[in-house]
Design a protein around this ligand. Structure first.
Ligand code: PLP
Length: 431
């Protein structure tokens, strides 16, 4: 009853993200009453395992008692204050911790409130850093099949047709270099060589290479070898090009290490974090960069040299409190080590999918597992069928086209992994 009532009221006044709204004539919209741990619950008492961490943001479950308590504590002390000319303890503490936890030479934190706007920020900072050095480098290079968000600049460096094509006339000019075709080291070496060839031709114009380290999330969970990061890091340094690591999705343990760059032992010039940063609670993003780049902006007042960029909610205190609580949990509960066991368990379960004739490939990087389907036309909307089957059986799976993937919160148990993956298996078997 309540489910239906809310659904109708919703459709009267809301326009949902990344959705063809007409689908909701037949596809039920699901009002969620409450959530706890990995479970979402609707008004009829149906529970759904959140196998995609509510669009890749949730780390330690919904209504996590510890994070809740820290946000409540902050709420009664300071909810928000302007971050220009003023500061507060949660943002200082968070910045100190991020500088310590991230790879070397990331010394300064600049905040924003979502992944796309942090991408914009990094692009502007990169261009401006070269500008302050007297160089006009206005070209950005990204990987084929990449995704960096939906705002005009972020969309411009992205390469997923589905999101980009319509807006092409509005976008800034960028260049794509091929992503390694698969997870092999050979593919990594070949793709890096292509990037170097591009640099030989255009380095004087290129401001930065932006990439999603190891996993291209919205790019159908395409994965590649860490060797690629090692090689492009060297090439970027050689040609005076910044390396921007967009760890919006892969950051905070998704790849098995706290940050994906650690898997390659590299330091980018800019590191972008968002999604998991607040444990999936509140919008917050940050760009970390080096003291060296920071110094290029530091001088007596000169209106062209300072980074005069701001967002109203920069460094929101509640969001920083949630982020600090999230880092506490990582620190106090040995999460990265424990995740290795969960990842190993998922890896074993993943093998079974290869028995299905409509599965072409499985792949995994850390806490992200993928089952790729074959033999379907895009028009068949095969992912939607898996999605509907999942919901009927208590699991929120949200395939990207023919890619079924698992990216659960880290509080999932082995028994719950069984339910999540067995349900997907049945969904695929029944297609
Ligand atoms: C989600 C995502 C973004 C955009 O973040 P929003 O908060 O949705 O704007 C950028 N880069 C990557 C790699 C992402 O996965």
């Amino acid at each position: 009853m309540k489910n239906n009532e809310l659904k109708n009221r919703d459709l009267d006044v809301l326009w949902h993200p990344c959705t063809q709204m007409k689908d909701h004539e037949t596809l039920p919209l699901i009002p969620i009453k409450k959530a706890h741990g990995i479970y979402l619950e609707d008004f009829e008492g149906n529970r759904y395992i959140d196998a995609i961490s509510s669009w890749w943001v949730n780390m330690f479950g919904h209504t996590n008692e510890y994070i809740n308590s820290k946000i409540k504590e902050q709420l009664d002390t300071l909810e928000h204050v302007i971050l220009a000319g003023f500061t507060h303890e949660p943002v200082i503490r968070l910045s100190e911790r991020l500088v310590k936890l991230t790879p070397a030479n990331l010394d300064k934190c600049f905040y924003s409130d979502n992944g796309s706007s942090a991408v914009e920020l990094a692009l502007k900072m990169s261009y401006h850093a070269h500008y302050n050095d007297g160089k006009k480098k206005s070209l950005f290079v990204s990987l084929s099949n990449s995704y960096h968000g939906e705002t005009i600049g972020a969309l411009s460096v992205g390469d997923v047709k589905l999101y980009k094509e319509t807006y092409e006339p509005l976008l800034i000019k960028t260049v794509q270099t091929p992503v390694p075709v698969d997870m092999s080291e050979t593919a990594a070496v070949e793709a890096a060589q292509k990037f170097e060839e591009l640099c030989q031709e255009k380095a004087s114009q290129i401001s930065a290479l932006i990439l999603e380290p190891l996993i291209q999330g919205a790019g159908y969970m395409h994965m590649y070898h860490a060797k690629y990061l090692v090689l492009v890091r060297e090439i970027c340094t050689k040609y005076d090009i910044h390396l921007i690591a967009d760890e919006v999705m892969v950051g905070f343990g998704r790849t098995g290490e706290l940050f994906a760059c650690e898997k390659a032992g590299i330091s980018p010039d800019f590191l972008i974090l968002s999604k998991g940063l607040t444990g999936g609670y509140l919008p917050l993003s940050v760009v970390l960069t080096s003291n060296n780049i920071y110094a290029k902006f530091y001088c007596d007042y000169n209106e062209h040299k300072a980074f005069l960029h701001s967002h109203s909610y920069t460094g929101n205190a509640l969001a920083c409190a949630a982020a600090n609580a999230t880092l506490d949990i990582f620190e106090n509960n040995n999460i990265i080590a424990k995740n290795k066991e969960l990842a190993e368990y998922m890896s074993q379960k993943l093998q079974k999918f290869l028995q299905l004739p409509n599965v072409s490939q499985i792949r995994q990087t850390g806490m992200v597992c993928v089952v790729e389907l074959q033999g379907y036309d895009a028009k068949e909307r095969i992912g939607l069928k898996v999605y509907e089957y999942g919901l009927q059986h208590g699991v929120l799976l949200r395939p990207l086209g023919h890619i079924v993937y698992f990216m659960p919160p880290y509080v999932i148990t082995k028994e719950e992994i069984d339910i999540m993956m067995d349900t997907a298996y049945e969904a695929i078997k029944n297609l």
